[in-house]
Design a protein around this ligand. Structure first.
Ligand SMILES: [Zn+2]
Length: 297
């Protein structure tokens, strides 16, 4: 069975060598907190693999393609640096790797639109992972809104980071009010959105669920699911939105099973998804076809 992991993070070699030092130098204060997180048992929350380590991890788990997600950097310079790194990954491994770009509206409309066009020309398949709330720009920021319109024209879907409104706190956690996502999707119907981490199960929300389910330009990914929800979330969410709107994504190199595993990998989550009680047709949609269609792979 073909498997596409639609939510994989990868950082430039300089960041991998010394994540906190690099973050400090770049002025990325939020990521500086996130990258250093350690669990109570002393295990690092995430790894910092090279592109070659990523490819070996994919091979071990039977993953055919990874969609690289950039990061919600606070500075546009860092976004550009990340995008150039991804362009090199795309050029080196077009058979295994796709990539999304990132930007910061604070750079102004010209710089952002130029970066979007550059990315389209270099084979990027979308925008992500973005987070207005973490990047500290308003959901109504005019440059952000203009960029979302441009994404519709350029056929670049936009993947957004979503956190559980009432979930457990963790260092560096930033609240992302769910009604903001519904409003963005309602006001930009020609733009395709992918809401990460099951969108905090937004489609099941008593108030916002009905409208979110009716917005057909919204899809959902499964990133970090084992850290957030019991395995039943697959059936629950697929029943709510239909199997065609759910994309398999791991959030590698986050360690998804910190009680059982010391280092991040993808195989166990692939097994959890394939064992979620789905039919063969549903599994094929979830594990590859939806990402291929929505990201145009
Ligand atoms: Zn995320």
């Amino acid at each position: 069975m073909r498997i596409v992991d639609a939510h994989v993070h990868l950082y430039p070699p300089d960041a991998n060598r010394d994540p906190a030092g690099w973050a400090r130098k770049q002025g990325e204060t939020h990521w500086e907190i996130l990258c250093a997180r350690v669990r109570k048992n002393g295990l690092a929350v995430q790894g910092f693999p090279s592109v070659d380590e990523l490819l070996r991890t994919m091979d071990a788990a039977g993953v055919d393609r990874a969609v690289l997600q950039a990061w919600y950097w606070e500075r546009h310079d860092t976004c550009v640096l990340q995008n150039r790194f991804f362009a090199a990954c795309l050029a080196a491994h077009p058979d295994r790797i796709s990539a999304c770009l990132t930007f910061h509206p604070g750079a102004g409309a010209d710089a952002v639109l130029q970066e979007l066009r550059w990315a389209k020309d270099h084979g990027f398949c979308g925008v992500g992972e973005m987070s207005p709330h973490s990047q500290a720009f308003a959901v109504d920021d005019p440059v952000w809104r203009e960029a979302l319109q441009a994404c519709a024209v350029l056929a670049l879907p936009v993947m957004l980071h979503v956190t559980e409104p009432a979930g457990k706190g963790y260092p560096g956690r930033i609240l992302t009010p769910l009604d903001d996502f519904v409003r963005l999707a309602r006001e930009h119907r020609a733009t395709q959105f992918i809401l990460a981490h099951w969108a905090a199960r937004l489609p099941l929300d008593p108030q916002l669920g009905p409208e979110s389910r009716s917005l057909l330009n919204v899809a959902y990914d499964t990133a970090a699911s084992p850290l957030l929800y019991p395995a039943g979330v697959f059936r629950e969410m697929i029943a709510a939105v239909g199997v065609d709107r759910v994309l398999f994504g791991s959030d590698y190199p986050l360690n998804l099973y910190p009680r059982e595993q010391t280092t991040p990998e993808m195989g166990r989550f692939v097994a959890e998804a394939t064992g979620a009680g789905l039919s063969a047709v549903e599994s094929a949609s979830l594990l590859a076809a939806n990402a291929e269609r929505i990201y145009g792979l």
